[in-house]
Design a protein around this ligand. Structure first.
Ligand code: PLP
Length: 337
């Protein structure tokens, strides 16, 4: 691991983020089932408005953009994409143009992440869901050409910045987390995160593997299915290996995905998820989001109750951010009144 040469990186995140125990959650949801002490890695604190897991990936993406002489970032995501919001702010911070390809119909309302995209000065184009998925490559190529015709050079960033470059973010993140745990006096047996485009899980899984740690990374899917993410994590690691000539066989990685808590679909949650979000906030002061972290954390609590982690002493939940995505879901919290 020491011999890995990290590529160009722009320091944007405030690192290391804190590692904190969640002792009231542990007492209520884990101890009665002989489960582990639950910890949280606060990657919701990587910055302020840029916060979340995407910032770790974008440190390396931005590094590549500057190295390649790009002055424009083009990326894509849902209307409330945390990744797009982070990219918009990173672009503004570095003086780069940002163009966002967003999935869905724009109602005209600016809320949550979309408001921040706009404040950051990003250009935004909306595409209906079907066209977005069917023509994504063409849409990227179109905007790349539009910018090129105006003398700009764009870097195209895939969904969630999950590719062979973005993976470096959580390769570095896994090293940081191992140090945090070492300092706190334990080895993490399980690390749990929400999985949406796979890059966070890919970086963590690869990082712990290369460090020789016995840590199992378990991704709780928020969309798609188990097979999809096993393939996606392997693809991202294969791309990483090919890009850097690491000669790493991605098939040697054990990829663990739990797809039982997706609920009705991406960005759609049932009431128990909203109740878990409220409980984490009131018990621990930990604010989760309904699209990613709330769903994954809710799934984790259910699995603890089923004895899934009975063999384990310490489990770390990675809080990947997403706070701004909470606000457009305000109507689902009527039960608090
Ligand atoms: C994007 C995102 C995730 C998922 O990370 P991937 O690397 O895309 O799998 C999890 N939580 C939040 C808050 C996110 O924005």
């Amino acid at each position: 691991m020491d011999t890995l040469a990290f590529p160009a990186r722009v320091e944007l995140a405030r690192l290391p983020t804190p590692l904190q125990p969640l002792d009231r959650i542990t007492e209520k949801y884990s101890t009665p089932f002989d489960g582990p002490r639950i910890w949280v890695k606060r990657d919701d604190l990587t910055e302020a408005a840029m916060s979340g897991n995407k910032l770790r990936k974008l440190e390396f993406i931005a590094g590549a953009a500057l190295e390649r002489g790009c002055d424009t970032l083009i990326t894509c995501g849902g209307l409330q994409s945390n990744h797009c919001r982070t990219t918009a702010l990173v672009g503004a911070r570095l003086g780069l143009n940002v163009h966002l390809i967003l999935r869905g119909e724009h109602s005209g309302e600016m809320d949550g992440n979309l408001l921040l995209d706009r404040l950051a000065g990003a250009k935004v184009s909306f595409y209906p869901q079907r066209q977005y998925f069917r023509e994504q490559q063409e849409i990227f190529a179109h905007w790349e050409k539009v910018y090129a015709d105006h003398g700009h050079k764009a870097l195209l960033i895939p969904t969630g910045a999950s590719d062979g470059l973005g993976i470096w973010g959580y390769l570095a993140g896994s090293q940081e987390l191992l140090q945090d745990c070492h300092r706190a006096g334990f080895r993490p047996e399980y690390v749990v995160c929400a999985t949406g485009s796979g890059g966070t899980q890919a970086g963590l899984t690869l990082g712990f593997h290369l460090a020789g740690a016995a840590t199992v990374v378990e991704g709780y899917a928020v969309c798609d299915d188990e097979q999809y993410f096993i393939r996606k994590v392997h693809e991202d690691v294969a791309a990483w290996s090919a890009d850097g000539g690491h000669g790493f066989d991605e098939k040697t990685l054990n990829v663990s995905v739990n797809a039982d808590y997706i609920g009705p679909g991406y960005a759609v949650a049932d009431e128990p998820v909203y109740r878990t979000i409220a409980e984490a906030a009131s018990l621990e002061g930990l604010v989760l989001d309904p699209v990613y972290t709330g769903k994954a954390f809710h799934g984790l609590l259910q699995e603890l109750g089923r004895g899934r982690y009975r063999d384990c002493d310490n489990l770390v939940f990675v809080h990947t951010g997403g706070h701004y995505g909470l606000f457009p879901h305000r109507a689902h919290f009527a039960f608090l009144e």
